[in-house]
Structures are given as C-alpha cells and as structure tokens.
Design a protein around this ligand. Structure first.
Ligand code: AMP
Length: 119
C-alpha cells in the first residue's frame, strides 16, 4: 500500500487538524482516540510517512524506530497503566480493518479488557 499524505493522521502531524495530544517528542505523537473503545484509548504515531509496521520496520531509520517504541512505553507509563495492565495493538490492512493508512499503535487500558480477539 502506498502512503497517502492526505490521510487524517498526516494532517494531524502537519497541524492541519487538531488532536487531543497526550505526548510528543522528536519521533512520535500520541493523542486520545476520537472514538474510545476503553476508558484509556490512546494512539501513538511515528513522525514519518509509514503505512504499517512492516513498512516502518523495513524503511524507517533506526533512531526513529527506537524513538517510536520508547514513546509507546513512555505513554503507557505516563497514563499510569503499568500496574493494572494494558494492551497495545496495531491493525494492518483490510483483514485487520485498518482505517487510517498511517502506522499507529493503539494503547487500551483503564479496565479489565475482554478477549484479545472478538472473532
Ligand atoms: P484503525 O482501524 O486501527 O486504523 O484505527 C483508526 C483509529 O483512529 C480509530 O480507532 C478511530 O477512532 C481513530 N481516529 C480516526 N480519526 C481520528 C481523529 N481525528 N482523532 C483521533 N482518533 C481518530
């Protein structure tokens, strides 16, 4: 899948549309999901044009890959999810119902979560 620079997360990264930001550094931006599926539902996106985890890990520079994953951990810590637990998830492609073609990691927490897969 080629990267569409008009996707909604690209627009958020460029500051063209707002987000409810929870964290930002040189490598990543994190914000609350607009349609939360759990009491805590945060999205973390890398600062770069990558569609999926496969694209990102094949093409991104090592400092961005490291920085992005550090940011995911930092966001989970700052959301105080470490003790109770949380789930991270990244959808890729049609079978996983990826809606936004910019790599994003969902962080879910704040309650006892259901089964890992619903179907
Ligand atoms: P996915 O199905 O993994 O591509 O998930 C896309 C997620 O982005 C969904 O959970 C949406 O609720 C969320 N989303 C879409 N637009 C926005 C937005 N403008 N701000 C925050 N979250 C959004």
């Amino acid at each position: 899948m080629t990267y569409d620079s008009e996707n909604i997360f690209a627009k958020i990264l460029r500051g063209e549309i707002p987000c409810d930001k929870v964290y930002e550094d040189a490598h990543a931006l994190a914000f609350h999901d607009i349609n939360p599926q759990a009491p805590v539902h945060i999205l973390v996106i890398p600062k770069g044009a990558y569609v999926s985890m496969a694209d990102f890990t094949a093409s991104a520079p090592a400092d961005l890959i490291a920085g992005f994953f550090r940011a995911v951990g930092q966001v989970a810590r700052e959301a105080e999810l470490e003790d109770a637990g949380y789930r991270i998830l990244a959808n890729a492609g049609a079978d996983a119902h990826q809606e936004v073609p910019h790599l994003h990691i969902h962080i879910f927490g704040g309650k006892r979560l259901g089964p890992m897969l619903t179907r």
